[in-house]
Write a protein that binds this ligand. Structure first.
Ligand code: UDP
Ligand code: MG
Length: 159
């Protein structure tokens, strides 16, 4: 069995993508999932979690010294989020591109943030920014592990 964070640099690379509380409230969960699913990536983990403040702090620990950190933690723990683990070639970097820029106003139409959001603190989605980030986040949000299933159409997605 491969580790929960997958094998970066291969077709079994994995990333942590989350629909933040604003995406859940706005009914955008299905739209976000559809972007990754139709691209050809494989969903190996999916669940709804209402983060505690402690979970939000651990998730965003690299930002602890930023002035917006308290507000970010408050917001991230304000309602349930949808946690996902997506697998496939280059999925960490591609996932970030599919999300768009951190600042929605700088995000191109066609990206998730560029299509569905306006304000920085309401940018609806999260994605791991590196293999190290993906490892930290996937171990944290999926301690029970994910599903190593075989996708039979992969021969039509990968050459
Ligand atoms: N954020 C904020 N104010 C800022 C910078 C970031 O509220 O000045 C929020 C924003 O919602 C962002 C999150 O904090 O998505 C995490 O910041 P990061 O720099 O990691 O951006 P991301 O990786 O989400 O693009
Ligand atoms: Mg980040």
């Amino acid at each position: 069995p491969i580790p929960v964070y997958g094998v970066p640099g291969t077709n079994q690379e994995r990333t942590f993508i989350a629909c933040k509380p604003d995406a859940v409230q706005r009914g955008l969960v299905g739209a976000i999932i559809a972007r990754f699913e139709t691209r050809g990536y494989k969903l190996v983990g999916l669940k709804m979690v209402w983060p505690t403040k402690e979970m939000a702090e651990t998730h965003y620990k690299d930002l602890a010294k930023k002035p917006f950190f308290p507000g970010l933690v408050e917001f991230f723990s304000s309602g349930p989020i949808v946690c996902m683990c997506w697998e496939g070639k280059d999925v960490i970097r591609q996932g970030r591109q599919m999300l768009g820029e951190t600042q929605p106003l700088a995000s191109k139409p066609g990206s998730i943030r560029g299509d569905y959001s306006i304000d920085l603190g309401r940018n609806i989605c999260h994605g791991s920014d590196s293999p190290e980030g993906a490892e930290h986040e996937l171990k944290m949000w999926f301690p029970e592990g994910v599903n190593d299933w075989g996708k039979t159409i992969d021969a039509w997605v990968y050459e």
